[in-house]
Structures are given as C-alpha cells and as structure tokens.
Design a protein around this ligand. Structure first.
Ligand SMILES: [Zn+2]
Length: 77
C-alpha cells in the first residue's frame, strides 16, 4: 500500500510520464468510458472532466502498486 506522499512522488516520476503517454496514444486520446457507452465527443459523460483527459489506474495505485506501470492496468478517462 502506498502513502499519499509515495503516490505523489510516483506521479512525478519519468517512468509514469512515459507510460502515461503510451496509454494515451494506445487509447487514441479518447475517453474509454464514453467510448464504451458509444458516445461522441460532444456528449461525454462529464464534460468538465474532459477538458483534460487523464490516465487512470483500473486497479488503484494505493492498493496495487505492483500494477503501477502495467499498461493493461491503465485507461484513459
Ligand atoms: Zn468520458
């Protein structure tokens, strides 16, 4: 389990910045949740959230640090 400070450090690491970029590219810079629901860009599930796409851990970083850099555990939202 990672502390908030450890997670903060992780999100600033080069390894994260690099895998995050890869995940965005893989997902074509599209929100995967909206895509799954068959929505188009203009009616994304939460327009405010989509001002900036983010890469999320499917299994959260706090409890699954071993999957922190596993691209299969990442999704663009
Ligand atoms: Zn969305």
């Amino acid at each position: 389990m990672l502390t908030q400070a450890e997670r903060h450090t992780f999100y600033k690491s080069k390894a994260w910045v690099s895998i995050r970029k890869e995940a965005l590219k893989r997902d074509n810079y599209e929100c995967q949740e909206c895509k799954r629901q068959g929505k188009v860009f203009t009616d994304y599930h939460d327009p405010d959230k989509h001002k900036r796409l983010d890469v999320d851990h499917i299994k959260d970083l706090e409890h699954h640090p071993e999957l922190a850099l596993d691209i299969d555990n990442l999704t663009t939202l």
